[in-house]
Ligand binder design. Structure first.
Ligand code: PLP
Length: 445
């Protein structure tokens, strides 16, 4: 069957390759609305939209039509040497119009990792163009996830992405991310916690030398690291420090972009004013691979001048602005505008967090986090002392398995359970989803 073919031939992403041989794959064959169906015909509500991306569920006919029409009309064209396609050009204009940045330009790639790599290269190029070639280091935070390419993994703060590969690359400066539930000190107010982190950042910049630092990269809400929401004022204060030291702010909006936090972009929700933003996932609702970097007008002008002098901007991919992906993304954005996605996300987020609130006295639940239509539920052995479970118990994985047997897909990241559902759920489906999660928690307790 398909399962044994998979176990024999498929080298999986982000998977324990050893246990896969015995455990086998979970193979999906069909999607319908927010549901996916496996080989046996079992139906699951996809509470993660796949990997935080299938914002419109799994059977949107308008996206299918947009893809079909484009496939027949012009299945491929590229963006090197002044070339473009009508869809890529229109998508650039559309994304620029949605972006909160002044006079933005939009660069396309295929994956989130490539978008982040592109931001780093553009940050380097920006500083070279301005006569500060020594600015090479990138400040990245612990618990961050920025992708799996050599640079994406290096920027990431998840240790399992480093040790097996001899990463990170040199020149990554690691700082703490705010994680109030775990890392604020006993009795420390949120304001003092943020001030402490910002002081530490300032000290670290002084130690390294601001003249050696190109950029700071951050997810507005940390996703794979445990759905960690920044405290009020954090990004505003970080931003002031960066500005003072000529360090660019790079926002990794790959999860947060296109509605997740209740605004078009997470930067808007959390007071970031980035110099570049990387987006992917929701841009096409995951139906076709596409990512982009939205570049601030001033950064673009510098790159533009430099490319005029050097004979060209030496960066970009075969599939940058792929017409099929661009057509799907254009249609997804049209649908988002029609449904007023930011308002829809805020509404669904209210329902979700109201329902999750009912789980707060569950014995396994330590913390419930999120802003907009995204949530993280941190499981603990002891609620009062916030004591984590012994990692070898794999509590998160147990809950994930239990939800699956009840027909719900969530994602466990250590002992944090994540939800990032499609925006096409109605209120009753959100209520059901949380009720199912409660059943699974009760199974495991
Ligand atoms: N950045 C963030 C915040 C992500 O969540 C992801 C993927 O989950 C990436 C970057 C990498 O994106 P991709 O897997 O498309 O390369």
């Amino acid at each position: 069957g398909v399962g044994s073919a998979d176990a024999l031939y498929h080298l999986h992403s982000q998977t324990n390759l050893q246990s896969h041989v015995t455990q086998g794959p979970l193979v999906m064959v069909r999607g319908e609305g927010p549901y996916v169906f496996d080989e046996q015909g079992k139906r699951y509500l996809e509470g993660m939209g796949g990997l935080w991306c299938a914002s419109l569920g799994f059977s949107d006919q308008r996206l299918v039509d947009a893809a079909t029409i484009q496939m027949k009309k012009l299945p491929y064209y590229h963006t090197f040497n002044h070339r473009s396609s009508d869809t890529a050009s229109m998508l650039a204009a559309k994304v620029a119009s949605l972006s909160p940045m002044p006079d933005p330009r939009v660069f396309f790639a295929t994956s989130g990792s490539e978008a982040n790599d592109s931001m780093v290269k553009m940050a380097w190029s920006y500083h070279i163009a301005r006569g500060e070639p020594a600015r090479r280091k990138i400040i990245a935070r612990d618990r961050a996830f920025h992708g799996s390419t050599v640079m994406g993994a290096s920027l990431s703060g998840l240790t399992n992405m480093h040790a097996a590969f001899g990463l990170p690359l040199e020149g990554i400066v690691r700082v703490a991310c705010p994680y109030p539930y775990r890392d604020a000190r006993e009795g420390e107010s949120e304001i003092s916690y943020v001030e402490r982190l910002v002081r530490d950042l300032e000290d670290r910049i002084a130690e390294e030398g601001a003249h050696t630092i190109a950029a700071f990269i951050a997810e507005p809400i940390i996703g794979a690291g445990g759905v960690i929401v920044p405290p009020a004022g954090y990004f505003e204060q970080v931003q002031q420090v960066l500005k003072r030291h000529g360090i660019l702010m790079l926002a990794d909006e790959i999860i947060c972009g296109f509605g997740r936090t209740g605004n078009w972009f997470g930067s808007q929700t959390f007071g970031m004013t980035p110099d570049m933003m990387a987006c992917a996932k929701g841009l096409s609702s995951g139906y076709a691979p596409i990512s982009c970097v939205i570049v601030h007008g001033e950064v673009f002008e510098t790159l533009q001048r430099h490319s005029g002098k050097t004979g060209g901007f030496g960066h970009g991919f075969t599939y940058s602005g792929h017409p099929l992906s661009a057509a799907v993304a254009l249609e997804a954005l049209a649908i988002y505008e029609e449904m007023d996605l930011p308002a829809r996300s805020r509404h669904l987020g209210e329902v979700l967090h109201r329902e999750l609130g009912r789980l707060s006295d569950h014995p396994l639940v330590g913390d419930i986090r999120g802003t907009g239509f995204i949530a993280g539920i941190e499981l603990v052995a002891d609620k009062v002392g916030r004591m984590p479970f012994d990692a070898t118990l794999g509590m998160g994985a147990q809950v994930e398995r239990a939800t699956r047997s009840h027909g719900l897909i969530v994602r466990s990241m250590g002992d944090v359970i994540a939800l990032s559902p499609p925006y096409i759920l109605d209120d009753a489906q959100v209520v059901d989803m949380v009720a199912t999660l409660k059943l699974a928690l009760d199974d495991v307790v």
